[in-house]
Structure formats: structure tokens, C-alpha cells
Ligand binder design. Sequence first.
Ligand code: ATP
Ligand code: MG
Length: 353
Amino acid sequence: MKKIILTGDRPTGRLHVGHYVGSLQERVKLQNSGDYDEIYIMIADAQALTDNAEHPEKVRQNIMNVALDYLACGIDPAKSNIFIQSMVPELTELTFYYMNLVTVSRVQRNPTVKAEIQQRNFEASIPVGFFCYPISQAADITAFRATTVPVGEDQLPMLEQCKEIVHKFNSVYGETLTEPDIILPSNKACLRLPGIDGKAKMSKSLGNCIYLSDEAEDIKKKVMSMFTDPNHLRVEDPGQVEGNPVFIYLDAFCKQEYVDEFLPDYANLEELKEHYKRGGLGDVKVKKFLNNVMQAELAPIRERRKSWEKRLPDVYDILKEGSKVAEAKAAETLRDVKNSMKINYFEDPDFLK
Ligand code: ATP
Ligand code: MG
């Protein structure tokens, strides 16, 4: 069986460091491993419209932003197909058929959908399209016969729901769809990177992000304003490392070479944590170190992004070509699906019988 990757992001803003550690970094690694036969990376504009119907301009403008962020992180268009979801209308058709295989109460039980409805104050007025987005995501994944979906932890319930749809479809209509596996980041700190406000998740919609395209000055300001342990008031006080955003970021981004370069007084990150727990280590010192780490990680990404920004027509061609390849693949799967469902009337010689 071919090994195929499908993953993507909503064009609701520029991508942030949560995307990077939660999914982008892993994608680039998988892409460069050479282990995959096909890789599809989707800019999910149709999904973004499910909760941005009144802001189509925002979605439109961010398509290029997301594409630039991909290229900046090392997604290579020679190895990965970057495409725009709405340019593959087969996905919508698949969604429509899958909707019949899922109950309303099943979607209501999806914990990510629940949390997002709350976050968006949708309780009393959930757009139907938004409610159905886990189903459309199952269409996206299965359309490409994805075997592997590298995403952040919040996507686990979506993958579960997708697998249920695959099973249901295959049991009703016969073996047709491929069951996908999720790949989560192996580093626990990367599963759900908190925002700089200490809130559970860094998210474009919450405005608590460090963006991959932030200038050095902005990164510094954001890092220096980050939440830490609220009980660590004086330098002498013992501090808490667990759940402390500054240390979660260090767990996610720090490499030994950064300790050697920026904090030569410490042997490693563990020693810094021990000092913080003991007391006698101020937040400012830790934040300055984190700032150095973030600057080192993000500078090359920002520079690559700037060079792609000068080549927008090339980015446009990459998206157009990627969308063409993606559509051909999705059309094949849709044909298989319709054959299995026996709604392929005009290709079916038995139709008149
Ligand atoms: P929105 O607020 O519009 O939903 P978002 O910031 O949640 O945007 P998505 O486009 O929904 O971003 O998510 C894209 C991918 O990035 C998903 O695989 C998701 O799991 C991952 N991801 C998003 N935020 C984080 C985070 N804070 N930590 C780890 N992974 C994340
Ligand atoms: Mg999201």
C-alpha cells in the first residue's frame, strides 16, 4: 500500500509557533524522510469559511500567508503538493455523502467541536457548516487515501470520527476507503502549545500568538510579556516549572546547543529548571534565554519567508499546480465512492436492467 500524507491548516491568519511545533516541523521531517509516496498539504479555506462566513476577505488574504509560511518552514513543492481546498470541489461532494453516515449527536459529542463552539460563543447559533466540519475533514483525509495525518493533539477526535466514517462506509458499501493514522508530535510540550497569555492553546482566533513571520523586536516583546508562575514574585522564591508557559516553550524549542551558547553557566535545561524550583532564579533571566532560543529558531524561517515574498507569482503557480494534482487524485476516489454506492448510473451498464 502507498504511504500518503494529508494535512493542512485554516487560512484564518499567519501561522504561529504552535503550528510549527505541533505539526509543521513534523511534516517537514516526514517530507524529507523520503518514506512517503504522496504528500498533500491543504489550505483549508472552505473549512475556514464555516466560522468566517461574514469575513471572506480575511480567508482570501490569508491563503498566501499560509502558503508563504509553509515554504518558509521548508515544505518543498517538489515533494509536497500544496493546494487550496475549495479548488477541489470533489471534497464537497464526498462530504455530502458522508453526512448520511454520521448522527447529529455523534458530532455533538466531539470534544474539539464542543470546545470550539464555546470559544466562538456559538452556543445558541451554530452554523450548520461549522457543525459539519469534522465530516468535511473526513472527506479531505479519505479523498487522498491518506495513511498518515500529522497534526496537533486537538485533531485526535477528528481522526476518530474519520475512522468511524471509513468503517461505516466500508461496511455499508464494501471496502472502498482507506483508514488513516494520526501522527502526534513526540515531544509532549508540543502537543498543545499554550499561548503567551498562558491560555491552554495558542490559537489564531485567540490573539495570543508568536507568529513565524514576527520581526525580532515583536518576538522579544512577546516573550518578555509572557505569563510565568504567578506565585514566583521575588527572585528568591521557589518557582514552579510544571505548567509554566516559559518552561513549556523551552521544552518545545530548546536544544542543547542553545544552552551551551546562551547559558554557559548551566550544563543543560534540567539544571536551569532545578535552579528555578529551588529559588534564586528570576523570570527575566529565563525569559531572556527563551528570547535567544526563539530568535535563533525563527530567524532562518523569517528570512526564507522574505525571499519567497519577493516571488509571489511563483507561489501562485505552486498553488495552482498543487490544486490540479490534488483534484485529479480526489476525482479518482470520488469515482470509487460513487461506484461503491452504485450512483454511477451512466457508467453502469447494469443500470437499465
Ligand atoms: P483557528 O483559531 O482558526 O482554529 P488554529 O490556530 O487553531 O486556528 P488550525 O488551522 O485550526 O490553527 O490548526 C492547524 C494545525 O495546527 C492542526 O494540526 C492543529 O492541531 C495544529 N495546532 C494549532 N494550534 C496548535 C498549538 N497551540 N499547539 C500545537 N499544535 C497546534
Ligand atoms: Mg483550530
